[in-house]
Every structure is written in structure tokens, then in C-alpha cells.
Write a protein that binds this ligand. Structure first.
Ligand code: CMC
Length: 444
């Protein structure tokens, strides 16, 4: 399972034909497990001297992958074949991480071993404290996270080196180390930004409980662990865990294709995720809802109109998706989890009401209907993170913690591909045609 290398997905019967310059050229057709079709243009340039142009890569498959399946028209998301709704309901983030990275759910002994490795790796080297001390507290926690993940390469130089053959066990240990340490780094980034002392991880706590402990405990004042909050955090991280070849994952693969080490690739992925069109959208959504709230809460139509205005660059954050042309299945699960958690805890958040109204208005508007713009994962996730006490500027960091298993799995799959090549797109040059250099004194 999880191995794309030994199969041939090329159709024995179907071929794509391209008529160009009076010639007909044939290309193999590739068919995926769920019937997804592509034609393989690897030999296009050699056969025709043409390249394809696909800005934003909306039509370009960059790899064969056995990790995640998304059907954007039907709103389907599966990790290694398992529907994400089932994982969100029944699994934990760590079990899901194991599934993504190793291609199968762990048996009891494997789960225990993985858990032990996570616990053993939760602490950071003491030198990190000084590095944290050197970072200005005004730094966005995503910048701190990316920097610190890169710094890890200095402490564990051989762990993520793609030029060194690692056994499955060595790779599992390296991934446990990264998963465990990113959580500690994330919590430390927060503590640093609010000027509180760093809280060390607790050996007896589960992954998510430990994160909440490091975020909210104080020296001499343990944060009480709420099992419902732990469950919600598991659910959110599971929903973030992978999403095939999105902007940050493609970045991880592209950087990795040049054989950079795993830490460098993950740090690059974090930087890509930070953008407001990608994983930074959850922060943008909350800031938008907050703004509407502070203006009295009745201004929803103004924002919808602004998003529709062709002269404005404003977009309704948390709406639309390159792949989903219906409800994002993750948004559905989060919305239900919001209802459950809020009812159980008697939480009332006016931002949830504004979000529901905004969704209602947008989904009745022809602009959004005709463009198939539905709420995505980021529309409701911030409201739930806020209910857990997570501050807004940490939302993209939460997304990064969640996405880490996906990045690790995709990096591993890329490294193990049959003939991995460096990622190197081409371009169509539209600059000036050749002209000669003019010495400075002769320039007009
Ligand atoms: N608000 C208003 N209009 C929008 C929005 C939006 N949120 N999203 C897309 N459109 C319009 C866009 O202006 C364009 O209109 P027209 O055809 O008139 O030019 C049309 O819909 C298609 O948009 P696009 O930019 O070609 O779509 P894309 O596939 O390139 O972009 C997207 C996808 C997610 C970047 C975009 O929908 C967006 O900017 N959404 C807001 C940011 C956001 O919520 N991002 C999180 C995505 S989910 C988490 C993740 O996986 O990263």
C-alpha cells in the first residue's frame, strides 16, 4: 500500500492525439485509482518543440501520488483511501499522521512505539532558549516557526538528509521527532510573543493535551486539561493533515526535488502556507469577522459587495477553492464540531453568528453561485480555534502543525519515486528581443 512505483498506470488502449504543424502526435493516457485521467506530456517538447502554458497549474499534474484523494466536484477527501470524516470522528491526529506517512493505520504495538518516540522527542535542545531570546517579540509566530524548523537541521543534520539512505525505522523516528518538536516550537513561539516563560512538555500527556499545556500553563499553575478541547484539537489537526498538491505541499516537493534536506523543505512549506490565499486565510477570516462585528455586525452586504467589485482586490476570506466546486468537506465537519462544542460548553460567539449570516448571504448571491464559491476549511476553523483560547496570529501555525504529516509523507513519496527529477518548469519569454549593450556615456 502507498507505493506508486511498481504499478503502471498507463492505459493499454487509450491514447491522446495532438494535431500540430500538420503532424499527429500521440501521448499515453494515465488513469488513476478513482478513474481520474491525464495525458502524459513528458515527451511533448522532444516530439514537437512545444511546451504547455498553464499559469497557476490548474491543469497540470506534477506527480503520481498514493497519499490523498480529492474530488472537488463531489466534495470528497480521503487520506490513503479513508474518508476524512471517519478519521475526524474516530482517529487521533497522531494515528492519522502515522497513516499518511507510513501508508497504513498502525497496529497497537506500532502506535505505542510511535507514541514513545514522540514523547522522547518533545523537548528542544537547551540552546534553543537563547535562539528564542534573540527573536523580537513582534515577530509573527509563522516566521518564528519556519526559522526554528530550519534551525533544527543544525542539531539533527543527518536525520532528514535525502542523499543518505534511511531505513523505514530511521525515517519514522525522524518524522516523530519533527512532529513532536514542531508542537513545542509552536507553543514556545506563542509564549515568547506574550513575554511568558516557556513551559516544558509533560511526558504523561497526549500530543494535543501537551500542546494545550505548553500554551496555557504557567510556572506553578497547571492548565486543567479539558478532554473536549483535546478532541476538538485532534479533529482540526486531522482536517489539516494533507490536501494533495496545494501551494505549500508543492513547495515542499519542489524544494525537495533539488535534494534539500527535510527541515529546509518543511520550513519552505511553512512560508508558503503563511500566505492569506492559503493557510493564512484563517487569520484573515477572523480579522474580517471581527471588523464586521466592531462595525455593529450589520454590514455583511457591504463585504459581499466589496468582494464582487471588479475594481477591488478584496476577497471574502474563507470562500472559494481551486479544487472544490461544492462545499469543502472539511468546512462541513468543522461547522458541526463548532455546534457541538459551543452547545456543550455554553459558548456564545457573535463571530459565529456573523459567519453564518455571511455564508447565507453569499450562497444566495449569483456572483458566488455562478463561480461555485463555497466556504472552505478556513471559514469556520478560526472560530473553533478561538473557542480553544488560541490567539488569531497562531491560526496559521495551527494549520502548519496539522499539515506537517502531509508534507513529510509527500517529501518521502517524492524521494522514493522511480526516477525523481528536479522540478523545473519552463516559461514563454515575452521580454525584449536581442539588442546590444550601450556604454553609459552613450545612453539616451
Ligand atoms: N471572494 C470573492 N471572489 C472570489 C473569491 C473570494 N473568496 N474566490 C474566488 N473569487 C472569484 C475570482 O475573483 C474570480 O472571479 P472572475 O472569474 O470574475 O475573475 C473567480 O472567483 C475564480 O477565482 P480564481 O482566483 O481564479 O480562483 P483560484 O482557484 O485561482 O483561487 C483561492 C482559489 C482559494 C485562492 C480563491 O478562491 C481565494 O482567494 N479565496 C479566498 C482566500 C481563501 O479562503 N483561501 C483559503 C483556501 S482553503 C485552504 C487552503 O487549502 O489553502
Amino acid at each position: 500500500m502507498g507505493n506508486t512505483n511498481n504499478h503502471n498506470y498507463t492505459s493499454p488502449t487509450e491514447k491522446a492525439e495532438l494535431k500540430l504543424d500538420g503532424k499527429t502526435v500521440e501521448f499515453p493516457v494515465v488513469i488513476g485509482t478513482e478513474g481520474e485521467k491525464a495525458f502524459d506530456i513528458s515527451e511533448l517538447r522532444a516530439k514537437t518543440s512545444y511546451i504547455t502554458l498553464d499559469q497557476g497549474y490548474g491543469n497540470t499534474g506534477s506527480c503520481l501520488s498514493a497519499i490523498t484523494f480529492v474530488d472537488g466536484d463531489k466534495g470528497i477527501l480521503r487520506y490513503r483511501g479513508i474518508p476524512v470524516e471517519q478519521l475526524a470522528e474516530q482517529s487521533t491526529f497522531i494515528e492519522t499522521a502515522y497513516l499518511l506517512i507510513n501508508g497504513k493505520l498502525p497496529k497497537k504495538g506500532e502506535a505505542d512505539q510511535f507514541s514513545k518516540e514522540l514523547t522522547e522527542n518533545a523537548s528542544l535542545h537547551q540552546d534553543f532558549k537563547e535562539i528564542f531570546d534573540g527573536i523580537p517579540s513582534s515577530t509573527h509566530p509563522m516566521a518564528t516557526l519556519a526559522s526554528m524548523v530550519l534551525v533544527l537541521s543544525g542539531f539533527y543534520a543527518s536525520w532528514g538528509d535525502p542523499n543518505k539512505n534511511q531505513t523505514e525505522v530511521e525515517f519514522r523516528k525522524a518524522s516523530a521527532m519533527l512532529l513532536s518538536k514542531i508542537r513545542t516550537i509552536a507553543a514556545y513561539s506563542y509564549k515568547k510573543s506574550i513575554g511568558q516563560p516557556l513551559i516544558y512538555p509533560h511526558r504523561s500527556l497526549s500530543y494535543c493535551a501537551n500542546f494545550l499545556h505548553m500554551m496555557f500553563s504557567l510556572p506553578g499553575e497547571e492548565h486543567p486539561i479539558d478532554e473536549e478541547a483535546v478532541k476538538v484539537l485532534n479533529l482540526l489537526l486531522i482536517l489539516h493533515a494533507d490536501h494533495e498538491q496545494n501551494c505549500s505541499t508543492s513547495t515542499v516537493r519542489l524544494v525537495g526535488s533539488g535534494r534539500s534536506n527535510l527541515f529546509a523543505c518543511i520550513a519552505a512549506g511553512i512560508c508558503a502556507l503563511w500566505g492569506p490565499l492559503h493557510g493564512g486565510a484563517n487569520q484573515e477570516v477572523m480579522e474580517m469577522l471581527d471588523e464586521i462585528h466592531h462595525q455593529g455586525g450589520g454590514n455583511i452586504q457591504k463585504y459581499v459587495d466589496l468582494a464582487k467589485d471588479p475594481n477591488s482586490s478584496f476577497r471574502l476570506s474563507g470562500f472559494g477553492h481551486r479544487v472544490y466546486k461544492t462545499f469543502d468537506p472539511r468546512a462541513k465537519v468543522i461547522k458541526q464540531a463548532c455546534d457541538r462544542y459551543f452547545n456543550k460548553h455554553g459558548v456564545h460567539d457573535p463571530l459565529l453568528e456573523i459567519a453564518l449570516k455571511l455564508e447565507g448571504v453569499a450562497l444566495k448571491d449569483d456572483f458566488f453561485i455562478s463561480r461555485k464559491l463555497y466556504p472552505n476549511v478556513d471559514f469556520y476553523s478560526g472560530i473553533l480555534y478561538k473557542a480553544l483560547g488560541i490567539p488569531t496570529n497562531m491560526f496559521p501555525v495551527m494549520f502548519a502543525i496539522g499539515r506537517l504529516p502531509g508534507w513529510i509523507a509527500q517529501w518521502k513519496e517524492m524521494r522514493e519515486a522511480k526516477s525523481p527529477r528536479i522540478g523545473r518548469p519552463r516559461q514563454v519569454y515575452i521580454g525584449p528581443a536581442k539588442y546590444d549593450y550601450v556604454p553609459i556615456e552613450k545612453r539616451k
